[in-house]
Design a protein around this ligand. Structure first.
Ligand code: 2NL
Length: 371
């Protein structure tokens, strides 16, 4: 056997015997590395005569190739064996339940706004929105609120330091009434003062400089406005009754209208709902005259003051209407049983998880008031 064959056989034997990757790599370096035995042997070809090289070249190269092939196939065999061993011991249980994906929830205020939109849509009302940064005129003056009214005071309303281009004070709206003012003005403009019926609700954020257990500086309000011919307080009472019964999902809710005063309505009425106690819990509905029953104020309302209709460019001798206003946060608390208003706006995810609604939950009244 030639020296070359002996070198080949030595490495083939070693390769055959080896069982881990590190040892195989050590053999590769010893044979084919930069200073490896076979690499050095190949370099000797340079010093040979052409005749010698002619004879030794193919032999040494053939031997080098045989060792390289053996290394490759041994490496592949070892990798296959390792994978087989892994597959034999590892198990993947595809029947295990997947971990729950984190998911958000609908804030009760958003849920109630959706419910309001749905209930009033069934009564023919649309939803109107407008800016939260308002001016003095749309928020107060157009609503027949006198310059001296306490609501205009700096300590009740958030004013901006700058006025607008025409010198008008800018403020955060204290109610959503300016939305109705803007709608009535748009209608007057589009109809050249002739007017047309308006049935809308305006839900949204409102701001007052107030902060305690039952008041937050930002809160949510919904106002409703009807403008049509021959509208009277009977329409107002029926609409509110229908709304309250649909919202609280009971037919036995009584309403009580008490005379009141707002600058923008005349006459004005505060609206109480009857409550009773069932199984130790106070609930809206039932007999307010029974034991532990009573009345709870939830709304303000009235017939739109003729001055307001006139301020918007419509003729109060032709167009009459009613309006009402109500706190959405309070409605949510009454319906869904939260007792601290401040928690609404703390951003605590545990609260949101507990009181929030699923994104695919349809508002409870998907059947609507007409169903
Ligand atoms: C309350 C009282 C009320 C209105 C809001 C209104 C709006 C226009 C014209 C006339 Cl544009 N009225 N809104 C009317 C009566 C009462 O809210 O206690 N809100 C929490």
């Amino acid at each position: 056997m030639s020296d070359i064959e002996a070198i080949r056989d030595k490495y083939l034997e070693q390769i055959d015997a080896v069982s881990d990757g590190d040892a195989l790599e050590a053999i590769r370096l010893a044979a084919l590395g930069k200073k490896g035995e076979i690499s050095l042997l190949l370099k000797t070809l340079g010093q040979m005569t052409p005749e010698e090289r002619q004879e030794q070249g193919p032999k040494i190269n053939g031997m080098r190739q045989a060792v390289a092939d053996a290394l490759t196939s041994r490496k592949e065999a070892m990798e296959t064996a390792a994978l087989d061993a892994k597959l034999a011991t590892e198990k993947l249980d595809l029947t295990l339940p997947a971990p729950a994906a984190p998911k958000g929830s609908i804030h009760p205020v958003s849920q109630v706004m959706d419910e309001l939109a749905e209930i009033f849509a069934d009564l023919g009302f649309s939803v109107a929105t407008g800016p939260e940064i308002e001016d003095d005129w749309h928020n107060f003056t157009a609503l027949n609120i006198p310059d001296t009214h306490p609501a205009r005071a700096m300590h009740d309303t958030f004013y901006f330091p700058q006025t607008d281009d025409s010198g008008m004070p800018k403020l955060l709206r204290t109610h959503t009434s300016p939305v109705q003012i803007r709608t009535m003005m748009d209608v007057a403009k589009q109809t050249d003062g002739a007017g047309e019926p308006i049935y809308l609700i305006a839900p949204g954020r409102t701001y007052r400089s107030d902060s305690d257990a039952t008041h937050t500086p930002m809160f949510h309000q919904v106002e409703g406005l009807v403008i049509d011919k021959g509208i009277h307080m009977g329409h107002l009472k029926w609409t509110l009754e229908t709304f309250v019964r649909a919202f609280f999902e009971r037919d036995d809710i009584e309403l009580r209208l008490r005379p009141s005063y707002f600058p923008f309505t005349e006459p004005s009425a505060e609206v109480d709902v009857g409550f009773s106690v069932e199984q130790g819990r106070r609930i809206i509905g039932g007999d307010p005259r029974g034991e532990n029953g009573g009345w709870m104020e939830i709304l303000g309302s009235g017939m739109v003051h003729p001055n307001v209709i006139r301020n918007c460019g419509l003729d109060p001798d032709i167009w009459q209407g009613f309006a009402f206003g109500c706190g959405i946060d309070r409605l949510a608390m009454l319906k869904y049983g939260m007792d601290d208003l401040r928690a609404f706006f703390d951003g605590d995810l545990r609260w949101a998880d507990h009181y929030g609604f699923g994104a695919l939950d349809v508002p409870t009244l998907s059947g609507g008031v007409g169903a």
